[in-house]
Design a binder for this molecule. Structure first.
Ligand code: SAH
Length: 250
């Protein structure tokens, strides 16, 4: 009798272990499946959203095909990571649609030796795309918790050449200026002066300018100290806040 009970208990322990093992394996498979699924969707995004709309720079396309966008978006929209749309990243902020990220990056005509300044780190996704293409990325985010999260996310993903600081991007980053390129991913109603000053000769800046729904994406190029301006297309970004809003109140 006693032996039978003991055997029964052992059997239960064994089956308990088996169930745990099965659960662990299923969990792992699920994870592998979804990351390879994301990789497939990422390739599809390049083929279906970026190439047909005219993104040609192969280095930019390769960076877009590499950076895991699913690591940057809000948890509840992870399955939509590669959809043709902007997505929430928490704190009422959004990450741009993949095409806009690729377009802005391509317009900067980046070289591997370049040093780039970004205003509006957000999730860090755009910074990661830039970090694939240039020597160093310096990115400023006004919301401190968001800057902290982006900084640790970029470090975890191995982007040691992306440097994030919390603060108002209006003043740029004078300690590490000048820059070969500047990208602004929030919309001021006027381009902040300190940013144009921190752009090198022959440098490029891409910036959405305007208020509310009335914004235009501009490419500014510094030639003989003067800024040449080209309108690229109408866009909709979150407004730049901080010093820039105070200046426009005057
Ligand atoms: N590039 C980001 C998305 C940008 S969303 C990404 O890849 O995820 C715009 C960001 O600009 C927001 O996080 C917002 O907090 C930030 N922002 C707004 N005004 C700013 C300012 N004055 N300086 C720095 N960041 C600012």
């Amino acid at each position: 009798m006693g032996t039978a009970v003991r055997i029964d208990i052992r059997m239960r322990q064994v089956s308990g272990l088996l169930i745990l093992a099965v659960l662990a394996t299923t969990g792992c498979q699920k994870h592998t499946e979804s990351s390879s699924q994301f990789a497939t969707e990422r390739q599809k995004m390049v083929q279906e959203q970026l190439r047909p709309r005219g993104i040609k720079d192969e280095r930019v396309l390769a960076a877009m095909a590499k950076v895991p966008r699913e690591e940057f978006v809000a948890e509840n929209v992870r399955d939509k990571s590669y959809s043709d749309s902007a997505l929430p990243i928490g704190q009422n902020q959004t990450i741009s649609q993949p095409f806009i990220v690729a377009l802005m990056t391509e317009q900067l005509r980046l070289q591997p030796t370049d040093r780039v300044l970004e205003i509006g780190t957000g999730s860090g996704y755009q910074a990661a795309v830039l970090a694939e293409l240039v020597k160093d990325v310096y990115s400023i985010e006004i919301l401190e918790p968001m800057a902290k999260d982006a900084s640790s996310r970029l470090a975890r993903l191995g982007y040691s050449n992306a440097h994030v600081k919390a603060g108002d991007g209006y003043q740029g980053w004078p300690e590490v200026a000048p820059f070969d390129a500047i990208i602004v991913t929030c919309a001021p109603d006027k381009v902040p002066q300190p940013l144009t000053q921190q752009l090198k000769e022959n440098g490029r800046m891409i910036v959405p300018v305007g208020t509310g729904l009335d914004q235009q994406l501009y490419l500014l190029e510094k030639k003989s100290g003067q800024l040449a301006q080209t309108a690229i297309l109408p866009v909709r970004f979150v407004p730049m806040v901080g010093e820039v809003t105070k200046k426009s109140d005057k």
